[in-house]
Ligand binder design. Structure first.
Ligand SMILES: *Cc1c(COP(=O)(O)O)cnc(C)c1O
Length: 336
């Protein structure tokens, strides 16, 4: 079962480190972390693993411009803009905004990286918003064609079939690291935002025959929303590999109940988890994805879902630049 070719963009392998002080505080399983926040600087975070496959396909198709979309503080948009600049490609970003945004965090970097930025104003429903995004990206492709150039559209979060291979590859990397460590993790846990990271880990678990459970924690919406999204991405990935490998609900282990107030909105207890993690281990989580997912994981550990004697690996998927936007002036945090 061959997986497609990848372009080398990320600093790999990323470290897997124990979290001895957090584990002691929790008095439950041994907690470990995979530092996918350190896949790079400009192209940091989980998105670069997916972009390695998507951009390879763009180059194979002879495209000269990457087009993608996201929120104003999208880590994925910033990583795509950085990768495009590093490869000498053009980049257009379609970002949704409610009002004129401050030049901060990822959006500030998008500008420095010279991405062409188009704004989308909100629509009444997520479906209308998605339709407008797709139409805008297609229109940009048309503009490029008229100039004799060729665009490559990367969907939200690069969480389509080709992007899924990023975390199938990461699972292979984890298995190699486990051989060096001399044990296998009982559980591997990540945040779920557009679903591609989780889908990739599930594909990787199948390909590598990993015995552990792969848990995803939705940071917006819920398991009912994500189940068909993730199974759809897996189906598409299996199609690219030319296999009939089938995935069903029984292959997924989503931990529901941690989306809180919704996408990019925080609750005090989530910010408290970010503070606890920062002061205990010296590692910064972000409020949109990793802080919420870690809050979910710590809550599950306190509920007894993971127990003493088990080893749990949390994937730190990045998001540092968003901290400078979302937590600026937050009065919940000390020193504010
Ligand atoms: C996009 C993102 C996620 C979620 O990954 P998906 O593949 O979209 O589910 C998690 N963490 C960070 C920091 C992200 O930017």
């Amino acid at each position: 079962m061959p997986i497609p070719k990848r372009l080398a963009l990320a600093n790999l392998p990323t470290r897997i480190d124990p979290l001895p002080r957090m584990s002691k505080v929790l008095n439950g399983p041994e907690l470990w972390i995979k530092r996918d926040d350190q896949t790079g600087t400009e192209v940091s975070g989980n998105k670069v693993r997916k972009l390695e496959y998507a951009i390879q396909e763009a180059l194979d198709l002879g495209c000269d411009t990457l087009i993608t979309c996201g929120g104003i503080q999208s880590n994925h948009a910033r990583a795509t803009a950085a990768a495009a600049a590093q490869l000498g490609l053009g980049c257009s970003l379609v970002l949704n905004i409610a009002e004129q945004p401050p030049r901060q965090g990822n959006y500030l970097l998008d500008g420095l990286l010279d991405a062409d930025i188009r704004f989308l104003t909100p629509e009444a429903t997520p479906e209308l918003m998605q339709a407008k995004r797709v139409a805008t990206m297609e229109a940009i492709c048309g503009e490029l064609r008229a100039k004799g150039r060729k665009g490559y559209v990367i969907p939200l979060g690069a969480s389509n079939g080709i992007g899924v291979f990023g975390y199938a590859q990461a699972m292979k990397e984890i298995c190699r690291q486990e051989q060096e460590l001399g044990f296998q993790f009982d559980a591997i846990v990540c945040a779920v935002g557009s679903g591609g990271t989780y889908a990739g880990l599930v594909l990787g678990k199948r390909l590598e025959r990993h015995p552990g459970t792969v848990h995803g924690i939705p940071i917006a919406d819920d398991a009912a929303y994500f189940t068909p999204v993730i199974l759809g991405a897996l189906r598409e990935a299996a199609g690219i590999m030319g296999t009939s490998a089938a995935f069903g609900q029984e292959d997924l282990a989503l931990l529901d109940g941690y989306a809180g107030r919704g996408y990019a909105l925080s609750r005090p207890e989530e910010l408290e988890t970010i503070r606890l993690f920062a002061k205990t281990e010296g590692i910064i989580l972000d409020p949109v994805y990793t802080g919420k997912a870690m809050h979910g994981l710590l809550t599950e550990i306190r509920k007894g879902t993971f127990t003493a004697g088990q080893r749990v690996l949390f994937i730190h998927t990045g998001g540092l630049f968003g901290v400078f936007h979302f937590l600026a002036g937050d009065t919940m945090l000390p020193g504010a």
